[in-house]
Design a protein around this ligand. Structure first.
Ligand SMILES: Cc1ncc(COP(=O)(O)O)c(C=O)c1O
Length: 426
């Protein structure tokens, strides 16, 4: 009978490590080891092994994925542009997409007529997540005059900022953003030493998770610092359209009104997304806009790093940026949900109505233990605040006592879940 061939028959000695060449598993990029597991991986580990006692459908309030129906415009526009699926999309998007974004920014942020040059100031991105990550690669140089390049990150923060900073080889510096600082970093506390070596400052307004919106004076200070010290200011405005009463100001709006010794938009990049504004997380569509010199560098980086947004998706995105009716309807739904949450939780856990966004940021004493109890006793999945924040040397983790609750479901589900949160943690 013939025996089955072994590797040795094919590869001879090479298949035998004892006599073959040295063998080392790929060591890879050790910067990856400096990152914690992603927040949702940590949450899965925390809740593994707990089967909710409540005999109820799980209510997933851990992830910021709006459950409102996506606008019909998306499917209609995708279908009307189906003949374009066969084409490689241009990285800079289409003139129509850029014009839709330029018109929207000009309208929404009252930019001076004609000041925004859409063809040179906008790039489509496959969701702002990848663009926010890549911004660190765009901004961090090999060395900064003042020492190791620093990337300044509000704390708590969207995890991608830290990922970008670390993988770009910078030192992430966490800026505590608690009730004591209005839930935004205290810009006046930054020392010249640190600013000298700062390559990038991420800001998020309205912020995730606390929902604090920066005012014009605050953004003006951030822009002035970026220009004085020569760093990139990346302002993540992806929650700017989910507000209750007052539309938050945007960084471009503030830049347009500032005295400048250079270009109007110098050093400033803003990021906007359709994921939250238009309930379209699956479309993976957003944009980065601002300083034309940075946008040109970004286009160069993206030509090596990214696939473009498919043309039918760009057409759908352009249609969404031109439509405000669905966004207004969204805001109405969120207003109802915040009213329900406030009725159930108001006065407890430091409840405050955020300026924008759709998260509750509740001080429950121990966020991890609260998340376990809510899953166990209520089948409600929330994110411990500690997974959205880091510890600066010698300082406590500012998120450890919090949970983040995403009000992404309908008002009746939110009302029931908030009542259960009050009961279980009360
Ligand atoms: C603060 C913040 N920025 C950016 C994003 C990324 O959104 P997307 O990639 O869907 O545009 C998110 C998503 O949760 C977020 O919370």
């Amino acid at each position: 009978m013939r025996r089955a061939p072994t590797n040795a028959d094919f590869f001879g000695d090479m298949a035998n490590p004892a006599s073959g060449p040295a063998h080392h598993p790929a060591s890879g990029n050790d910067r990856l080891d400096r990152l914690s597991d992603y927040p949702f991986t940590r949450l899965a580990a925390l809740l593994a092994g707990i089967t909710p006692r409540a005999n109820a459908e799980p209510t997933i309030m851990s992830i910021g994925e709006p459950q409102h129906a996506p606008p019909a415009l998306i499917a209609e526009t995708l279908a009307a542009n189906a003949h374009l699926w066969g084409k490689y999309p241009p990285l800079a998007g289409t003139p129509d997409f850029r014009a839709a974004v330029g018109d929207w920014l000009t309208r929404r942020f009252a930019l001076p007529a004609g000041s925004f040059d859409a063809d040179n100031m906008v790039l489509p991105v496959a969701g702002t997540r990848e663009a926010l990550f890549l911004t660190a690669l765009l901004a961090v140089p090999e060395r900064r005059a003042g020492g190791t390049p620093a990337v300044l990150i509000p704390n708590p923060f969207y995890a991608v900022y830290e990922g970008g900073a670390v993988l770009a080889g910078a030192e992430p510096v966490f800026l505590s953003s608690t009730a004591a600082t209005g839930f935004l970093p205290d810009l006046d506390a930054l020392t010249p030493d640190l600013l000298e070596r700062t390559a990038l400052l991420y800001l998020c307004t309205p912020s995730n998770p606390q929902g604090a919106a920066a005012d014009a004076a605050y953004l003006g200070r951030a822009i002035a610092l970026a220009r004085r010290y020569g760093f990139v200011l990346a302002v993540d405005e992806c929650y700017s359209e989910i507000y209750l009463d007052r539309p938050p100001v945007g960084a471009l709006q503030v830049a347009a009104a500032m005295e400048t010794g250079g270009g109007l938009w110098d050093n400033v990049l803003v990021f906007h997304s359709l994921s939250k504004r238009s309930n379209a997380a699956g479309l993976r569509s957003g944009f980065v806009a601002g300083d034309p010199a940075l946008i040109a560098r970004f286009a160069r980086l993206r030509s090596y790093a990214n696939a473009g947004t498919p043309l039918p998706a760009l057409a759908a995105a352009a249609a969404l940026w031109r439509d405000e009716a669905h966004v207004e309807e969204n805001r109405r739904l969120y207003r109802d949900k915040f009213a329900a949450a406030e009725a159930a939780l108001g006065g407890r856990f430091g409840y405050r109505r955020p300026d924008g966004g759709f998260f509750l940021w509740l001080d429950v004493g121990d966020g991890e233990s609260a998340a376990r109890r809510l899953w166990d006793e209520g089948a409600i999945r929330v994110l411990p605040g500690a997974y959205l924040s880091g510890s600066a040397p010698g300082q406590p983790n500012p998120g450890a006592s919090f949970i983040r609750v995403a009000l992404v479901h309908d008002a009746d589900v939110v009302a029931r879940a908030c009542a259960a949160i009050a009961r279980i943690l009360g």
